[in-house]
Structures are given as structure tokens and as C-alpha cells.
Design a protein around this ligand. Structure first.
Ligand SMILES: *Cc1c(COP(=O)(O)O)cnc(C)c1O
Length: 392
């Protein structure tokens, strides 16, 4: 197989839609275009059956009951619904939320909005591996705490949090627990029961499904979670998210979940082996390249490296045939030095010297070899003209 350029190693930003997912979606644009809420004819029934099948596929992947899966427009909306929905539903009783400094902007910006509306937010620090301390969490809980929100896997450094343990603390304290599982789902086993979560956010486009569709898991029993809807009108999704369902996208999300379930263990092994090869291929050549995060508990497809003394944006510009993200551009539409890398203790200069490699289902051995060579050559060239590449 010939190598196709550019090489995509930015799978934490988004993933290619799996061709099998595209194939599953197509009939729902063409012949099966019904509205899933139309109860009186065949077109509606077919659309509804497809949506319910997708709901089952997603529920099965994460160990939920079908009605506990609520479709949304993506991870960001799921997180907004979980946090604002709980905050508003229980505001008269409790107004304190606990999160961590390394969360995705979808969580942090939502918390900031809630702060404007009178909620109190505690931001727990993390260690150099990107993990909060469970003791800190216990200390932060008060009789006003309504919700804890901690991500399952970090989108920049891949660190996997001990979600089941955190969930057990919350359950014991009678506090709702939301986990942002957007990066983890489909890559590592996720189970809402074993993980003791009450709410969990998912996004299709991070797991080889289409963009603009996601889901929120909302526990139905022991405890039942009440949510105030963000979007009213029509009472779709059991009143939690009104609006005509995006049937083709939902079908694609379901197919992506089924494919993930089928292939996860094999795929994780293959991708992690490529990742390890990439890291050793680069770090063996340079003493000044460090791997960030938690190497023991990390997503199989993540590698975040600091190229000490080199400006990552310049390095990336010099290897345009490889699509990666720098520490200044990983997590949001507005580039600023990564709050995650800062939170794990990197200085600003090291943050701006960091590159995130996100491998994926479609990454090949040839691409990894090419990338290692490209990075090594570019680094060596950068050293030679270090005056141009060094930080000003
Ligand atoms: C991508 C991502 C989101 C946002 O999901 P969208 O579907 O893009 O809105 C939230 N959290 C994490 C950890 C993510 O990686």
C-alpha cells in the first residue's frame, strides 16, 4: 500500500468516519427519511426503529439500559445538559459542584457559567500524571455539594482517571457523579454500572462516527437523576432534549458503537503498539524529549511529548505532511497555552514545546515509520538552525 500524505495523527480532535458507518447512514438520507416522532405511518416507524436500534447499540457498549441514553448534538451539549440540568433541578437544595483543573473546556466553561449564576465551583488540582487525589475530593465535599464531574480520559495527555473509585465516594456521600467519557468510549472498556456514574457524556465523532451527534447517559434508578432540559419543545427524548432527531447521525453513532465493541480489544493492542513504537523511535534519538502524563494509565492512542527548547508550532509548520496538535492548540477554538499541561506542572515554555499525537483505527505501520523519520529529521534540522526555532 502506498503511503498517503498528509498523515492524520490528530484523532483526539476528531476521527475519520468509518466507511461502514457511512454505509449504515446512507439509507437514512435517501429512502428512509421519516421523522422518528411520526407515529402514524411507515416512514416514521422505520426512522423510530432505527433510532431505537442505535440507542440499544450505544447502551450495550456502555452497560446502560436503553431508556437511559439521551441523544444530543454532541459531547459539549451532553456536558451542558448534565451540569446545568442537575444544577437547575436541584438548585433550591444545593449549589456546589466539584470538578478538576484538567477538564475539557466544555466542562470548565459550563462551570464558569454556573458560577455566574450563583453556583460555587471547586476546581481540584492534579498531580504530574494528571490525576486528582481522592482525599482532596473527600475534603472538598460539603453538605451543599450536588455534583462531581471528572473526565474518564483526558483529551490532551490521555490520562485515565479511577472513575469507579471516585464514583463510589460520590455514591457514598449522596452526590451525583458525571464523567466526561468522550475520549475514552470505544477505546477502552466503559461501564456505567461498574464505574458508579450517574451521568456520562459521549460524542460520536471521537469514535469513528459522524460529527454533531452525541449522547448523555442519565441513570434511571438508585439514584434516579432529574434534569432540567436545556431545550424545550415537543418533549422528544423523554422531555430531556426536544427537537426532531438527526436520524442518519444517530444511526451512524449506533453503528460506530457496535464496531467499537466488536474491535476494541484488538484495536487497542494494535494502536498502543504503534504508539509505543512512535515514542521509543523519537525519545531514543533525543534526550530532550519527554513523554507527558500517566504512562501506566493512558489511552492506547495518545502520546503527548515535550520537545524541550523547540517551539512546537514551528516544528509542526516544518512537517506539514503530519497532522498533529501543539500545546497551544489542543483543546479549543481559541488557541492559548494548554491548561492541562500547565496543570500537570509544565512551565509555559515546555507547554509551547509540546505536541499531541493521536493515533487511531486507520493508523498504519508505514505511517508510524514515516512520522518517526520526519520528526527526527525535523528536530535535527531544527537544532542546526536553533536560533530560528528556539523560543524568542
Ligand atoms: C471532543 C470532546 C468534547 C466535546 O465533544 P463535541 O462532540 O466535540 O462537542 C468534550 N470532552 C472531551 C474530553 C472531548 O474530547
Amino acid at each position: 500500500m502506498t503511503l498517503k500524505i498528509p498523515i492524520y495523527l490528530d484523532n483526539h480532535s476528531t476521527t475519520k468516519v468509518d466507511p461502514k458507518v457511512v454505509e449504515a447512514m446512507l439509507p437514512y438520507f435517501s429512502e428512509n427519511y421519516g421523522n422518528a416522532a411520526s407515529r402514524q405511518h411507515e416512514f416514521g416507524w422505520k426512522a423510530e426503529a432505527a433510532v431505537e436500534n442505535a440507542r440499544k447499540q450505544i447502551a450495550r457498549l456502555v452497560g446502560a439500559e436503553n431508556p437511559e441514553i439521551v441523544f444530543t448534538s454532541g459531547g459539549t451539549e451532553s456536558i451542558n445538559l448534565a451540569l446545568k440540568g442537575v444544577a437547575e433541578a436541584y438548585a433550591s437544595k444545593r449549589n456546589h459542584i466539584i470538578t478538576a483543573t484538567t477538564e475539557h473546556k466544555a466542562v470548565l466553561d459550563t462551570c464558569a457559567r454556573l458560577e455566574e449564576h450563583g453556583f460555587e465551583i471547586t476546581y481540584l488540582p492534579v498531580d504530574t500524571a494528571g490525576l486528582i487525589s481522592v482525599a482532596d475530593l473527600k475534603n472538598a465535599i460539603t453538605n451543599k455539594t450536588i455534583l462531581v464531574t471528572i473526565m474518564l480520559a483526558n483529551n490532551e495527555i490521555g490520562t485515565i482517571a479511577p472513575i469507579a473509585e471516585i464514583g463510589a465516594v460520590c455514591r457514598g456521600a449522596g452526590i451525583f457523579f458525571h464523567a466526561d467519557a468522550t475520549q475514552a468510549t470505544g477505546k477502552i472498556p466503559v461501564n456505567v454500572v461498574e464505574m458508579n456514574v450517574d451521568l456520562m457524556s459521549f460524542s460520536a465523532h471521537k469514535m469513528y462516527g459522524p460529527k454533531g451527534v452525541g449522547a448523555l447517559y442519565v441513570r434511571a434508578n438508585r439514584p434516579k437523576v432529574n434534569l432540567t432540559a436545556l431545550i424545550d419543545g415537543g418533549g422528544h427524548e423523554r422531555g430531556m432534549r426536544s427537537g426532531t432527531l438527526n436520524v442518519p447521525a444517530i444511526v451512524g453513532f449506533g453503528k460506530a458503537a457496535a464496531l467499537a465493541q466488536e474491535n476494541m480489544s484488538m484495536e487497542a493492542k494494535r494502536v498502543a503498539a504503534f504508539r509505543d513504537e512512535l515514542e521509543s523511535g523519537i525519545t531514543s534519538q533525543f534526550d530532550e524529549v519527554m513523554v507527558n502524563g500517566n504512562q501506566a494509565h493512558r489511552l492506547p492512542n495518545n502520546s503527548n511529548m515535550t520537545f524541550k527548547g523547540v517551539n512546537a508550532d514551528r516544528l509542526i509548520l516544518d512537517m506539514k505532511d503530519i497532522a498533529v496538535s501543539s500545546g497551544s492548540a489542543c483543546s479549543s477554538a481559541s488557541p492559548e497555552p494548554s491548561h492541562v499541561l500547565r496543570a500537570i506542572g509544565l512551565g509555559d515554555e515546555d507547554v509551547l514545546s509540546s505536541i499531541r499525537f493521536g493515533l487511531g483505527r486507520f493508523t498504519t505501520a508505514e505511517e508510524i515509520d514515516y512520522t518517526i523519520n520526519r520528526v527526527v529529521q525535523t528536530m535535527k534540522a531544527a537544532r542546526e538552525k536553533s536560533l530560528q526555532l528556539a523560543h524568542p
